[in-house]
Design a protein around this ligand. Structure first.
Ligand code: BG6
Length: 519
């Protein structure tokens, strides 16, 4: 099994503690009365994420006032059967926060409407339902959450506009669109165009749940609220940057979607490039959604186009074969239900990206993500250059590790800094020490909880703007097309489930004397 390098010789760890917590830091603003209309209410996302997240917010008393959730789908259900269908997953997702009494109260706020997505008439009766519930419960804010398969996004959005549901004379109307937001630049632009016919950009919330993860939100705070890191955050001090999101899960029951998507569309166009933007962007003058999104877009514009004639030096694709994860044998991608036996869909990719600006010129950003890898882990690590002069070379034959700063996105969200210290006793021997901060016991909101709260409070900071989504597609599409046209069935599978990916992924970095390293 291939392993990542671990940071060498880490001999001790200093755990960080929060030493001062201002009283206001625990306060979370609560949204006003709202009506959340979820399209795709019989689907997986609603069951696994949306309703359990609303329930947790409710049980944490973060949404206390009036609210209702109206599930909408094509299936035959009524309020009662919809409520029943949510009970088990809510319980499972919230083992610590669940109680029968709060569920009974919560369930009274769940309603269901059957809708034929393509029939405008259906939206007229939906409209009557929404108006009746909004009047009865005095709800001023309305959120549409589109959690259906992407094939019906456009139909739903157009019909909402035609039925006069996209605007409200008192209070706000927002629309949340799940990923995938398009599958190439044209379809993303088309979807934006249809959205803008009925909704203003201020009403549109394009979801990328990675942005709402706690330690991803922390990237900007960490960079711009501490004065000691930012002066070093550039090509003069940083050797390379790694962003690695590895999953132990396979494709599960999502082959229908994944076979047409693959890892570059599924993880890179959105989550990984958003992490690049937050790591690389300039500080905006104010911390406001549009000013932050302006800076992210500037990073996307500065990413160097991939040289298509030398793609082997910049991109590696992989697909998992049979293997073993945590002692359990797992089957290869091609044997998963719904996957073609000669599928060429990549489940792993590693990319080398350069950002062409003064801050980052010449610094490689290595990105990697894959399914069925050895660990479930997402990390951004900043690898600093070696000290300019090594006066300890003679005694430290094995060399001295440069400093590395690791932002752990998941699990164990936190920040680690690897530094060198003298080993006590011996004359000159240096140890790597990890200074570590962990959020371990903090009350944290899950990404869907955070995103739902923000959307209800009209805060677009953690959502992607139209130009951002179009630029990331434009950036990746030439690579996706070239790789898709070149990949033949005999190339895959090329990594075993439970490994760290194909050997070529390690080689991509080794050529430049770098290596994938994780804490
Ligand atoms: C989703 C992808 O956006 O992110 C999935 O479609 C992937 O394929 C998931 O598994 C990973 O998210 P998380 O939060 O579990 O890291």
């Amino acid at each position: 099994m291939m392993m990542d390098d671990m940071f060498q010789n880490i001999s001790s760890t200093v755990r960080g503690q929060i030493i001062q917590r201002p009283a206001e830091s625990c306060e979370i603003d609560k949204p006003g009365p709202f009506c959340l209309v979820i399209f795709g209410a019989s689907g997986d996302l609603t069951k696994r994420k949306l309703i359990p997240s609303i329930y947790r917010l409710y049980s944490l008393k973060l949404i206390e006032g009036e609210f209702i959730v109206l599930g909408v789908a094509r299936s035959d259900m009524n309020d009662e059967t919809f409520r029943e269908s949510m009970l088990e997953t809510v319980k499972k997702a919230n083992p610590d926060d669940f109680s029968d009494s709060s569920w009974r109260e919560f369930a009274k706020r769940l309603f269901y409407s059957k809708v034929e997505y393509s029939e405008l008439n259906s939206y007229n009766s939906l409209k009557e339902n929404i108006f009746a519930l909004e009047n009865e419960h005095q709800l001023t804010n309305r959120v549409f959450y589109i959690a259906t398969p992407p094939t019906v996004y456009e139909t739903i959005i157009e019909n909402l506009g035609d039925a006069g549901l996209s605007q409200k004379c008192n209070g706000s109307t927002h629309i949340v669109i799940e990923k995938p937001f398009g599958r190439d630049p044209e379809s993303a632009k088309g979807l934006n165009h249809i959205l803008r016919k009925s909704f203003a950009e201020k009403q549109i919330y394009r979801m990328d749940h990675y942005l709402a993860k706690e330690n991803v939100q922390n990237i900007l705070m960490f960079r711009f609220a501490n004065s000691i890191f930012e002066p070093l955050w550039n090509r003069n001090f940083i050797d390379y940057v790694q962003i690695s999101v590895s999953e132990t899960l396979g494709v599960e029951h999502r082959a229908g979607y994944y076979e047409k998507s693959g890892v570059l569309r599924d993880m890179f166009q959105n989550h990984l490039l958003q992490l690049v933007a937050l790591t690389a962007m300039e500080p905006p003058s104010v911390f406001e959604a549009d000013r932050v999104r302006d800076e992210k877009v500037k990073v996307f514009r500065s990413i160097k186009p991939f040289p298509l004639d030398r793609l082997d030096d910049y991109a590696v694709l992989g697909q998992y074969g049979d293997g073993e994860i945590n002692g359990v044998k797992v089957t290869g991608y091609r044997n998963e239900p719904g996957v073609a036996p000669d599928s060429v869909t990549p489940t792993f990719a590693a990319l080398k990206v350069f950002i062409d600006n003064w801050r980052w010129s010449g610094v490689p950003f290595y990105l990697r993500s894959g399914k069925r890898l050895s660990t479930q882990k997402a990390e951004i690590s900043i690898h600093f250059k070696h000290a300019p002069h090594m006066m300890f070379d003679k005694t430290m034959k094995a060399g001295i590790e440069p400093n590395v700063l690791v932002l752990r996105v998941q699990p164990d969200e936190g920040i680690g800094l690897v530094i060198q210290t003298k080993n006590p006793g011996s004359r000159i021997y240096l140890n790597s020490v990890l200074m570590d901060f962990s959020y371990e016991k903090a009350l944290m909101l899950g990404p869907y909880e955070r995103a739902l709260l923000d959307c209800m409070q009209s805060d677009q900071m953690l959502f992607v703007r139209a130009d951002g989504v179009e630029l990331t597609w434009e950036l990746l599409m030439p690579v996706i097309e070239r790789l898709e046209s070149e990949t033949r069935p005999d190339k895959f599978p090329n990594y075993a489930a439970g490994s760290t990916g194909p050997a070529e992924s390690a080689a991509l970095l080794e050529r430049e004397d770098h290596s994938w390293k994780t804490l």
